[in-house]
Ligand binder design. Structure first.
Ligand code: MN
Length: 289
């Protein structure tokens, strides 16, 4: 099932080329009051929501997919976990280019571990990316996003895939510079998730997905998820040995070689086979275009 959030927090299901409005399925979610749970309620109750959607689908109104304003399919992640240098050839390019490494030694992921991105950096593809530091290089990073479906800690690599609710296309936008990754990758709008969440049952082999990223029609990144240094299971094992994973947590699995700068006015297109494509406009912060 392909689940999206669109327009003013409508819930949609993508069936072929059409979008069906199934917002009424959200009625199955429990009413919450302060203090709010540290999970995404929709992901935490995905089986119940899916059941409600199946009942609604025969009569669910159609909505043109082309005109839909796509938001992040996960509204309230508790955390966004990200993997640095998780593709061998990106490690090599990061070590070669001073503009990327800024005189810091680029270490392997097994040594430096994972990092967190601010949840306030999360947007959907239709919201676009707003660059704050135009005097610096701002890079695109195409990444498979894994959405955690149930709570767990000390999860073994062998059990890890049972904890996956689904997948989405992710962009881990980055302003280059000497500061910690977490700061440079947490600028507002620097985590893009979309176009929808594809439930795990629809992806036969997440370790064999072709993907690409273009800027203004020019191919910048092209790879397959099989080239990850730590695969999805190993990343979940690593992350959950430090902190409990919760439903709705997002795991960005790292980017392959070909990262490069984007400028206001440019268009990023990024597609993962079997998931979908996001089209993301880049603008200067404070400007609408
Ligand atoms: Mn990244």
């Amino acid at each position: 099932m392909k689940l999206c959030r669109f327009d003013h927090d409508r819930l949609g299901v993508v069936v072929g080329e059409s979008l069906r409005d199934v917002s009424a399925a959200l009625d199955v979610l429990p009413q919450v009051r302060y203090p709010l749970p540290q999970v995404d309620p929709l992901i935490a109750h995905l089986p119940q929501v899916r059941e409600a959607i199946e009942a609604l689908l025969p009569t669910a109104p159609f909505h043109p997919l082309a005109g839909a304003h796509l938001l992040s399919p996960v509204a309230n992640p508790g955390k966004i976990v990200a993997a640095p240098v998780n593709y061998r050839r990106h490690l090599e390019e990061a070590r070669m280019q001073a503009e990327i490494h800024h005189d810091q030694q680029v270490q392997e992921i097994q040594k430096i571990g994972l990092f967190l991105k601010a949840t306030s950096s999360l947007v959907g593809p239709s919201q676009g990316v707003a660059l704050q530091h135009l005097d610096r290089r701002n890079d695109h990073e195409a990444e498979l996003a894994v959405i955690i479906g149930k709570e767990g800690r000390d999860i073994s690599r062998e059990d890890a895939m049972q904890y996956v609710a689904g997948y989405a296309v992710g962009l881990d936008m980055t302003v280059r510079g000497p500061e910690e990754r977490s700061l440079r990758k947490s600028v507002d709008s620097f985590t893009v998730l979309g176009p929808w969440l594809v439930t795990a049952d629809e992806i036969a082999d997440p370790a064999n997905i072709d993907f690409w990223l273009k800027v203004n029609g020019q191919l910048r990144q092209s790879a397959n998820t099989r080239d990850m240094v730590l695969d999805i299971g190993a990343l979940i094992e690593f992350a959950s040995s430090f902190y409990t994973l919760h439903p709705g947590d997002i795991l960005l699995t790292g980017t392959p070689e070909g990262v490069g700068p984007v400028l206001p006015g440019e268009l990023i297109e990024c597609a993962f086979e079997g998931i979908g494509q996001i089209d993301v406009k880049v603008r200067a912060a404070g400007h609408s275009e």
